[in-house]
Design a protein around this ligand. Sequence first.
Ligand code: ADP
Ligand code: MG
Length: 244
Amino acid sequence: MSGLRGNSPADDTTIVRCENLVHVFGVPGSEVAALSGVDFTVRSGEMVALLGPSGAGKSTLLWHLAGLLRPTAGTVDVNGHRLTGMSSSDLASFRLREIGVVLQNAGRNLLPYLSAIDNIAQVQAPVNRSAKSKRSRAFDLLDAVGIAEVAHRRAGRLSGGEQQRLALAVALANDPALLLADEPTSQLDPVSAASVVELIRAANADLGTTVVVVTHDSTVGAALGRTVTIRDGRRSLPIIAAAR
Ligand code: ADP
Ligand code: MG
């Protein structure tokens, strides 16, 4: 089993808590243990950068925090809810209201036939705002990520970098308690990457959004608060270690 060192203990302010999280992909005879007993805790209001080599299990862990995978063993709690026992529909509505997710492949976060602005407007469906204020919020977010000029272009027609920025705007649309982003700057030039990091930091500072970002970019890691590294000594036995 993998061990966790130096992580913060759970308390009243814990927003994310994984205990002995195991995820095995595949079928009997050809299993891959992507997570082999991970313990991971994030306090409310923290910004955590998740680092580690390719294949270490970073994306798998993020999917679990978003309630997008069912663990082979172990538990995941987010904002006081045990995701492990929730129905798929309860998970979907919980995610829409409380978690903003940017998956690694930016296009997967978007509805390709809707315009950029409509992608942000439709995700606000559960929020009690007028249609007008939803669109104005959508414009503000497009402006903040620097793609206001493509507001009416279909998401599927945007470049990879524009899709990545739109995905972050969608993830922030409902002021989530927890923002999860997987390599959110991987397709961006340094200036655009810096503006994305600024937007994430502003959500954290202004709204108290807790942030977990998977990144290879050391400048992104340095701009966040705490660094957690997942290591995969052997592919089937990743070890997670935390350092302040
Ligand atoms: P990272 O994001 O750190 O690069 P991943 O979480 O994507 O790592 O993958 C961890 C391990 O699990 C890798 O060995 C990967 O090949 C494997 N894996 C990920 N997704 C699947 C899947 N859907 N089916 C089978 N194996 C998978
Ligand atoms: Mg990944």
